[in-house]
Design a protein around this ligand. Structure first.
Ligand SMILES: [Zn+2]
Length: 99
């Protein structure tokens, strides 16, 4: 599979607000997905990356040729950033031996 294929698969998900937000957050490295727990994302603590992600999200064009509304985007950004764990994956932290 080529890189073009992968990018295209990601871009088709811009029609879904939460996928679109997750896509820009991940591609700008504002959040990162855990390589071991694919449903877990964690927050990189980089405010510049978050701003960059937001600007990028506002420019995303959906398949109906419209862009996302700023207010809806901001709410979804806040929701995903709140949900993201701080700095590292909580499951991986749990799995670490305590002694
Ligand atoms: Zn993990």
């Amino acid at each position: 599979m080529t890189i073009d294929h992968k990018e295209q698969a990601s871009i088709t998900s811009v029609d879904d607000l939460s996928s679109a937000v997750r896509y820009v957050l991940e591609t700008t490295h504002a959040i990162a997905a855990c390589p071991f727990h694919l449903d877990v994302s964690f927050f990189m603590g980089d405010e510049a990356a978050e701003t960059h992600a937001f600007i990028r999200a506002k420019k995303l064009v959906r398949s109906d040729d419209k862009t996302w509304e700023g207010k809806a985007l901001r709410q979804e950004f806040r929701r995903q950033l709140n949900e993201a764990a701080d700095g590292c994956c909580p499951h991986c932290t749990q799995d670490k031996p305590l002694r």
